[in-house]
Ligand binder design. Structure first.
Ligand SMILES: Nc1ncnc2c1ncn2[C@@H]1O[C@H](COP(=O)(O)OP(=O)(O)OP(=O)(O)O)[C@@H](O)[C@H]1O
Ligand SMILES: [Mg+2]
Length: 461
């Protein structure tokens, strides 16, 4: 459990199994308004609630990353601390449960949304107001990390970012999940002349189609039944800056048409309004799909695709740039240890080599999660094989023996026949010279096995 020492401020209790998700929140919350406490699971969350029931004003619970049930916990939490607002960050966006009412924010789970929500709670409680604008620019500077990597693929990405710094050209970033699409988008913004203007991200896959239009373009009061107030859309909020359209491939057909129109005419109207607003935003779209295939399949409009695909950037998956893995591991061990105020742990030779060999299907995101977990479970010590996550150990254990054998291959190579002979004799030894079992294990016929044995002049001891 990590907590701020201040004993007088209202508490924001964060229940999230990943410390890393908590860090940006901590920065946002520590605007001297709240005192944050982070716990990794529901049980510890309930314990904190019992100890501090009166002081907890906000509970932030991440349903997606924690994989928690949520329901039972929330029920108990409301019994113990009925005054607390509950802010749930879920795949479909954060929503807030406050005094018996659900406020659906129906936006992506963005930290700045959560920040805005927390500030509005603080305001309602009469404990201060931080101007949103100042807050946003400060946050955006801190939020951006640096791109790590020396591989050819990453060098190409650096090169493209460098070339983009004096332009406002539309960019399309393609890359598997966790390869750093958002980081690259942020870096493009940060190195451009728009850097002091807002960087606004919206996840086209996380917002229901019927709300997306108002998300993008805003709405006027009364535009639809729940539109009690007029609201600015992301295009308006991002004016002068950069709009990051994440998972663009998920955008609904009807909205594809509307987006295309805005990109062509640089003008839009709020939902339910007829005034046109001019927009000056740099668009960066991202997708983890093969968008060209979606175009061929008729799911994505080709005219919109060409409008967006002005400067394409492809971020290769980590398996195609394994030379970046040691750099990333070192970088994140140092960075996360520093953020956690811990010393960098020592890795045994074996643990290090398994971490270097692991497949990282979830790319850099998975790598950072693993490093973080290791730092949480080995606060100050040494990381050994046994500390590694199960998936890393399992993968190493299940690596086929044949690839193990090949690891020690001499530079001059080995004749295939020699390997074959050794393999056959070793397998015979393993099966105590059971020829049927041996042939089955080697995937050959008994006839071929007998033939080879007579060629080697080998027989059972
Ligand atoms: N080359 C890199 N150097 C340093 N950090 C990186 C790099 N690539 C990714 N990261 C980090 O990995 C995490 C995932 O990156 P990011 O969110 O940008 O990926 P993404 O492609 O948008 O993933 P998703 O498809 O899951 O949304 C972030 O914490 C990011 O800072
Ligand atoms: Mg992303």
């Amino acid at each position: 459990m990590l907590q701020n020492k201040d004993k007088t401020k209202p508490i924001v209790l964060i229940v999230d199994d990943q410390y890393r998700s908590f860090r940006p929140l901590l920065r946002l919350i520590s605007q001297d308004l709240f005192s944050p406490i982070w716990v990794p699971d529901e049980q510890q969350g309930l314990k904190t609630l019992k100890d501090q029931s009166m002081r907890v004003q906000v509970i932030v619970i991440d349903l997606k990353s924690s994989g928690m049930g949520g329901g039972g916990f929330l029920h108990r939490a409301r019994q113990i601390a009925p005054q607390a607002s509950v802010l749930i960050t879920a795949p479909l966006g954060p929503f807030l449960y406050q005094a018996g009412t659900f406020y659906d924010f129906s936006g992506p789970t963005l930290k700045q949304d959560i920040n805005t929500i927390l500030l509005s709670i603080a305001q309602k409680m009469g404990i201060g107001h931080v101007p949103e604008k100042r807050n946003r620019t400060r946050e955006s500077k801190e939020r951006f990390g640096v791109i790590i990597g020396q591989s050819k693929g990453i060098n190409e990405v650096y090169h493209l970012i460098e070339n983009l710094k004096d332009s406002s050209a539309t960019v399309m970033i393609q890359g598997e999940s966790g390869t750093g699409k958002e980081l690259v988008a942020q870096t493009i913004h940060q190195t451009s002349s728009r850097r002091n203007q807002p960087f606004v991200a919206i996840n086209c896959g996380a917002i229901p189609a019927n709300l997306m239009e108002s998300e993008l373009f805003g709405h006027e009061r009364g535009a639809f039944t729940t539109a009690i107030h007029q609201r600015k859309g992301k295009f308006e909020v991002a004016h002068g800056g950069t709009l990051f359209l994440d998972e663009i491939g998920e955008l609904d057909r009807e909205l594809q048409v509307k987006l295309l129109r805005v990109l062509q005419e640089r003008e839009f109207e709020r939902v339910g309004g007829n005034r046109s607003y001019r927009t000056d935003v740099r668009i960066i779209a991202a997708t983890s799909q093969d968008l060209k295939r979606s175009v061929r399949a008729g799911h994505f409009r080709d005219d919109l695709f060409y409008r967006l695909n002005v400067v394409p950037i492809h971020i290769p998956p980590l398996r195609e740039r394994r030379e970046d893995i040691p750099l990333l591991l070192d970088h994140f061990f140092h960075k996360i240890a520093k953020d956690m105020d811990r010393s960098v742990p020592l890795l045994t030779e074996e643990a290090r080599s398994l971490l270097l060999d692991y497949s990282y299907q979830g790319n850099v995101r998975e790598l950072t999660n693993i490093v973080e977990r290791l730092l949480v479970i080995c606060p100050n010590g040494k990381i050994t094989y046994h500390d590694l996550p199960e998936e890393v150990r399992d993968e190493a254990d299940s690596a086929p023996a044949s690839t193990e054998m090949l690891k020690g291959l001499p530079d001059g190579g080995v004749p295939l026949q020699e390997i074959e002979k050794e393999l056959i004799l070793k397998t015979l030894k393993m099966t105590s010279w059971n020829k049927t079992a041996t042939a089955r294990m080697l995937g050959i016929t008994r006839r071929l096995l007998y033939l080879r044995l007579s060629q080697y002049g080998a027989s059972a001891p």
